[in-house]
Design a binder for this molecule. Structure first.
Ligand code: ADP
Length: 338
């Protein structure tokens, strides 16, 4: 009896590590009931998980007949009743280095300036740069965690009136961290559900470039209002964006694409008003038309933007021209939510 339970635990290790399995009951060595909890409560996920687990236990030859396996899934309506987040919006890109984190930062601060309560979750496991952009890189997760009667609660850091947490806080500054799928899910789950976000109008999530475990975990853990894509007009960047959009359009995980922002659109040449379209002109706009997603606006390539990122001061706070561009784009995003 114990042996078969151990075998099941071994093959379902990933889901157990992600804290989804609540209990495994084995009866007479040939019947098993697995109790799972699932959030968000979507029927298609419930069906898929049931079929996947049954097939997997048969494939691994632990059972030969699916009638011996019973899966009981409890749908969790809300993981954490301490907070209420009205809109979760993720910022994604096809490639790294196109300005996704810079834009997530300045959209978050623009929303604050517009009077909203805002959180920013840096989920970019490959290069968590939000702490640098908000000048809070010396913080770590240990400083943010309070354990009370066995319950963990994380408090976000508040910088420029934005409540911030970063997956980068799980590692020390400059230290590499190797994530496996279930670890990513667990960390993300803590950052979303075990965090005292309070009341938020918006939670902006800065995703890693491309597609991967974080994207899928986020879709499992939350109900996203939509995705905002950032790209340059360069052909290579756009072909990667196409793949990212493809993932969000897969039927089983469909999330609305709120639109695409063109970053580093042009350079203004020194001593003249002439614009140089370094990555190509209107590439993102044409792409948006072709694949039928809203175009949200363009941001020029400016030394001030780079400098402020490096200084850890959101540029929208310091420069009116750039602030107006970001406010315009942020308003366009909000319009898509209505
Ligand atoms: P990603 O999150 O896509 O990897 P980042 O936001 O980290 O990209 O930006 C990469 C670099 O480019 C940073 O140094 C940032 O300051 C700079 N950058 C981003 N957007 C602009 C812009 N519009 N003008 C000038 N520099 C920019």
């Amino acid at each position: 009896m114990i042996r078969i339970k151990e075998k099941i635990e071994k093959v379902l290790k990933n889901i157990i590590e992600a804290d989804s399995i609540k209990k495994i009951d084995v009866i007479n060595n040939n019947m098993v009931t697995i109790y799972l909890s699932l959030y968000p409560p979507t029927m298609h996920l419930k069906k898929k998980l049931t079929i996947d687990i049954k097939n997997y236990l048969i494939e691994k030859k632990i059972f030969s007949n699916e009638d011996n396996i019973s899966i009981k899934i409890e749908m969790e309506a809300k993981k954490n009743k301490k907070y209420e987040i009205k809109n979760i919006i993720a910022i994604a890109s096809g490639k790294g280095g196109v300005g996704k984190s810079t834009i997530a930062t300045n959209i978050a601060v623009s929303l604050v300036k517009m009077g909203f309560k805002v959180g920013l979750l840096d989920a970019d496991i490959y290069g968590p740069s939000i702490p640098l952009m908000f000048n809070i890189e010396n913080d770590s997760i240990e400083n943010r965690v309070v354990r009370k009667n066995g319950v963990i609660l994380i408090t976000p850091i508040i910088s420029y009136e934005v409540k911030i947490l970063s997956i980068g806080f799980f590692s020390k500054y400059g230290q590499a961290i190797v994530w496996r799928g279930p670890m990513v899910t667990k960390a993300l789950r803590q950052l979303i559900h075990e965090t005292d976000w309070g009341e938020l109008d918006f939670l902006i999530v800065d995703l890693p470039p491309g597609t991967g475990d974080i994207h899928l975990s986020l879709l499992q853990e939350t109900t996203l209002k939509g995705i905002v894509i950032v790209s340059t007009s360069q052909k290579i960047a756009l072909s990667d964006v196409n793949r990212t959009i493809g993932m969000f359009r897969i039927k089983s995980i469909y999330v609305p694409i709120l639109g695409i922002i063109e970053n580093m659109s042009f350079l203004i040449m020194k001593n003249s008003k002439e614009k140089s379209y370094f990555f190509g002109k209107n590439g993102v706009k044409n792409f948006a038309n072709e694949i039928n997603i809203p175009y949200l606006g363009e941001i020029p390539m400016l030394q001030k933007i780079r400098e402020h990122s490096d200084m850890g001061i959101p540029v929208v706070l310091e420069n009116e021209y750039i602030r107006n561009i970001f406010i315009g784009i942020t308003k366009n995003i909000i319009k898509k939510l209505l």
